[in-house]
Design a protein around this ligand. Structure first.
Ligand SMILES: NS(=O)(=O)c1c(F)c(F)c(S(=O)(=O)CCO)c(N[C@H]2CCCc3ccccc32)c1F
Ligand SMILES: [Zn+2]
Length: 263
């Protein structure tokens, strides 16, 4: 099984031993700071097709021991990237109840509270995500940063199920809803760069789109995310809280991040 973690002897410093790409090129996440940003007027707003999922459909939400991930439908895809990318899953990264700074990407060295990733694969060139995930043009991940604000009823459609996926390998069905509700305002403003999966096997196969504007969730919702889940199975005598499941920012030398907005 995937024997890696975010803490202890199997933590990120040890990842390259079992997963060589984790010590390789184009690693994510990174810090967005002004001297690596370059405006690119060709960066168009993304188009989301099939994201408005009927409540008669269902998404499977699962605790996989590293994160909480929700499988999406193969009828969901994004256009206006170099290829058509079909949705695979979404998952989150967060901190802990004493330090709500669990985003993976940072802006001018600052963490946001948490980060949502919507993983897509290049369905024009590859049959599924497994075939795509180690190809340079295989994946496109959308990243949404979180900050504290008013209660967010759209995110609550996922968060209210956390009590049913407390332990590793538990899963629950989530009634379909419009996944576009999870996206921030100004879909035309984002950071774009070529990077990697931020977990093992860390393949440099991801076209990253990180939206400039964060979404807001309430303090209580963030606390629920930070305290609801465990990396361990329900019968494990030594339960491990699922917290701080974010990778440190990686070196990003001699490369640029393209931005669709003027500062
Ligand atoms: N931050 S990240 O790089 O977006 C990211 C994660 F952080 C993350 F935890 C996952 S995982 O939940 O699958 C557990 C670790 O593989 C993924 N999965 C991807 C890549 C690995 C295999 C696979 C297979 C099917 C669908 C998605 C994926 C991931 F892409
Ligand atoms: Zn992720």
């Amino acid at each position: 099984g995937s024997k890696w973690s975010y803490i202890g002897p199997d933590g990120e410093k040890a990842w390259p031993k079992k997963y060589p790409f984790c010590g390789g090129i184009f690693q994510s996440p990174i810090d967005f700071h002004k001297d690596i940003l370059q405006y690119d007027s060709n960066l168009l707003p993304l188009e989301f097709i099939g994201y408005n999922v009927s409540s008669t459909d269902q998404f499977t939400l699962i605790n996989n021991g590293h994160s909480v991930k929700m499988y999406l439908l193969p009828t969901m895809y994004i256009r206006s990237l170099p290829f058509e990318y079909t949705a695979s899953q979404l998952h989150l990264h967060w901190g802990n109840r004493n330090k709500s700074e669990g985003s993976e990407h940072t802006v001018s060295g600052k963490h946001f509270a948490a980060e949502l990733h919507i993983v897509h694969y290049n369905s024009e060139k590859y049959p599924d995500v497994t075939a795509a995930m180690d190809k340079a043009d295989g994946l496109a991940v959308l990243a949404i940063l979180f900050e504290i604000g008013p209660f967010n009823p759209s995110y609550e459609k996922i968060f209210r199920h956390f009590r049913n996926v407390k332990y590793k390998d538990q899963m629950v069905q989530v009634p379909g809803f419009n996944i576009q509700e999870l996206l921030p305002e100004r879909l035309d403003e984002y950071y774009r760069y070529e990077g990697s999966l931020t977990t093992p096997p860390c393949y440099p196969s991801v076209l990253w789109t990180v939206f400039r504007h964060p979404v807001k969730i309430s303090h209580e919702q963030l606390l629920a995310l930070e305290t609801a889940m465990y990396c361990t199975e329900s019968d494990d005598p030594e339960p491990l809280e699922m917290v701080d499941n974010f990778r440190k920012v990686q070196e990003f030398h001699e490369r640029l991040v393209f931005i669709s907005f003027r500062e």
